[in-house]
Design a protein around this ligand. Structure first.
Ligand SMILES: [Zn+2]
Length: 352
């Protein structure tokens, strides 16, 4: 894309997200993560090129497009201004209700701005994260499913098809279940498997009208960027090119980084730069250019900063090609299982 000026980037970043924190300060999903992500973003992308998107409360209709009304009422009551836990992993603090509703509302707002043509690219530095939040319950540090709310907001704003690429190292169970029977939203997840949360096998491909619109690349531990490159060329990019979504949302967790303390993959900052570059190439090929990167996990602060900087470099126009697909047999077999599970529906790469 050399020679073309890169688009400005709409950025969600709000210090009220920092008021969501576990009491001890020792939980890995902590406010310092956003400081690291900000350093990575603004250290790379000129702030003057960023349009700040102020976080706002999610509207009831935006939330109810994903979550049950009973759950929303229960959650609001549970986040009562004290410290506590909704389950073993999912904590709350006095600022959590505000932060959670703002993160969800900012996600919808970002999606609406991209659909309205106010910007083409978006970055949302969000806490709490969202992709484990199920329609009816909180789970895995997540309470409201930010990316699913953003996808529904795009549909409400006129998108006919939306795709979510989830490269967080954990399976995005909540997002999958929100759209499992819905062909308007293609969900593609690349994740360590078997691993938390236990879902995301290659044969989970959707249900009813949504059959074939869920793609799970379930990877054994220890995979590097070559395996991800193979999965992108064989599964992710062919699916996106054939579907032609009007908006691409990325559940951008950075916990597949080699330094991450919670998982066992071998990516580095350039891996994220290359994956982001290939998704930017896709939306540019499609003609509309609309893409948003929404923060999910990533628990090593240095790795998170560098990986966000990698994505920011790609957004700045410093794109990086994915490396050759020189992965080992375990990675090849995992990608082949996904290809076979979807082969009746889509023309996917031959795995060569
Ligand atoms: Zn994760």
């Amino acid at each position: 894309m050399s020679g073309e000026p890169e688009s400005p980037v709409a950025v969600v970043d709000d210090e009220r997200f920092d008021e969501h924190h576990e009491r001890s300060g020792r939980h890995p999903e902590r406010p310092e993560r956003l400081a690291a992500a900000r350093a990575g973003l603004y250290g790379t992308l000129d702030r003057a090129r960023c349009q700040q998107v102020e976080a706002r409360d999610a509207r009831p209709a935006e939330l109810e497009a994903v979550h049950g009304a009973d759950y929303l009422a229960q959650l609001r009551n549970a986040l009562d201004g004290s410290f506590g836990h909704l389950d073993a992993d999912t904590f709350y603090s006095p600022g959590s209700q505000e932060a959670t509703w703002l993160a969800a509302g900012a996600s919808a707002e970002l999606s609406q701005r991209l659909m309205a043509g106010e910007a083409k690219r978006g970055v949302a530095l969000l806490r709490p994260p969202g992709h484990h939040a199920e329609p009816g319950h909180a789970m895995g540090f997540c309470m409201l499913n930010n990316v699913a709310i953003a996808a529904q907001a795009a549909l409400a704003a006129g998108a006919e098809r939306v795709a979510v690429v989830d490269w967080d190292v954990h399976h995005g169970n909540g997002t999958q279940h929100a759209f499992y029977a819905d062909p308007r939203v293609l969900f593609i997840s690349l994740h360590q498997y078997p691993f938390y949360p236990g879902t995301g096998a290659a044969d989970e491909t959707g249900r009813g009208a949504g059959e074939g619109y869920t793609a799970n690349v379930a990877l054994p531990a220890g995979q590097g960027v070559e395996t991800y490159a193979h999965a992108f060329r064989t599964i992710v990019l062919p699916l996106l090119d054939q579907l032609g979504p009007d908006l691409l949302l990325v559940s951008a967790g950075f916990d597949a980084h080699a330094y991450d303390p919670l998982a066992n993959m071998e990516l580095d900052a350039d891996s994220y730069r290359a994956m982001a570059s290939s998704l930017l190439d896709h939306v540019d090929r499609a003609g509309h250019g609309r893409i948003a990167f929404m923060l999910e996990g990533g628990y090593d602060l240095g790795a998170l900063q560098q990986s966000v900087a990698g994505v920011a470099s790609a957004l700045k126009g410093e794109r990086l090609e994915l490396p050759d697909d020189a992965c080992g047999p375990a990675g090849q077999q995992a990608v082949e299982r996904t290809r076979r599970a979807l082969a009746g529906k889509w023309q996917l790469g031959d795995g060569a």
